[in-house]
Ligand binder design. Structure first.
Ligand code: NAI
Length: 252
């Protein structure tokens, strides 16, 4: 896979899957914009580590629609075009229905949907406007196995990722006439900061055993699948949701 002369925006790219994806794109020739919310230093470090020149770190809270618009415009101003967007930023917070207060429940739903679903939808909107003008592009959304398997203690997360799948498929149809291709990856547990508390804890062994490979995914494995969906040769996969779960949850 070669991304020479391609420009890429990755939301939440200062750590985890986003950071591994930025490194993978840069090592194959792309110029990468790493979006971050708060941790400017981590984003700067991530940019420093990338192969090649001309990468940038760009601040935006993607749950804020105006910030998303400004981010997309700034990336296009800097790069001249926007070929690939990876909607990677996401939050995963517990709000079990049997122990949460009604207020905590609502707060979690609002925060989770604003980031994982509406935030991603707004990034798609703003990016697609630029991509339509320039004659095409690729969008890859980072969903989750939880969309299919359920998330008993994080129901808003499961719902947000199911919504993200539906969004990806709707946009694959709406944007195909513009030569814009949209796909999603649906990882099971991945070895990142987001999952650390679960993987290091008592449940870690059982989580690893969910896969017959007896492990969880590495961020680099998810990155590879993202690059595949974003590559020119994968255009006809548009609308697909690619499972990356080590056969821990099989759907037909
Ligand atoms: P992470 O927590 O290490 O990274 C997520 C990044 O998104 C962080 O840098 C965070 O600051 C950023 N972010 C969160 N809200 C933001 C906002 N409003 N604006 C801008 N940035 C924001 O998590 P990880 O594991 O790298 O997750 C990346 C994606 O993969 C997420 O969408 C997550 O739901 C998904 N995923 C992760 C799995 C896992 O087990 N780690 C499993 C399945 C999906």
């Amino acid at each position: 896979m070669d991304f020479t002369n391609k420009t890429v925006l990755i939301t939440g790219g200062a750590r985890g899957i986003g950071r591994a994806t930025a490194a993978a794109f840069a090592s194959r020739g792309a110029r990468v914009a790493i979006n971050f919310r708060n941790n400017h230093q981590a984003a700067r470090d991530a940019v420093e580590e990338l192969e090649g020149d001309g990468h940038l770190a760009i601040r935006a809270d993607i749950s804020q629609p105006e910030a998303v618009r400004q981010m997309a415009d700034a990336v296009v101003d800097e790069f001249g075009r926007l070929d690939i967007v990876v909607n990677n930023a996401g939050i995963f917070e517990p709000h079990p229905i049997d122990t949460s207060s009604y207020q905590a429940w609502q707060d979690s739903w609002n925060r989770t949907l604003a980031t994982n679903l509406s935030g991603a939808a707004n990034v798609c909107f703003c990016a697609a406007r630029h991509m339509m003008r320039q004659g095409g592009g690729h969008i890859v959304n980072v969903s989750s196995r939880g969309a299919f398997r359920g998330e008993p203690a994080q129901p808003a997360y499961g719902a947000s990722k199911a919504g993200l799948n539906a969004l990806s498929q709707s946009l694959a149809q709406a944007l195909a006439p513009y030569n814009i291709f949209v796909g999603a990856v649906a990882p099971g547990f991945v070895d990142t900061d987001m999952a650390k508390g679960y993987l290091d804890g008592e449940a870690g062994e059982a989580i690893r055993r969910q896969s017959p490979l007896n492990r969880v995914a590495k961020a680099e494995e998810v990155a590879f699948a993202i690059l595949f969906l974003a590559s020119e040769q994968a255009a006809f996969t548009t609308g697909c949701i690619l499972d990356i779960n080590g056969a821990s949850y099989l759907r037909t």
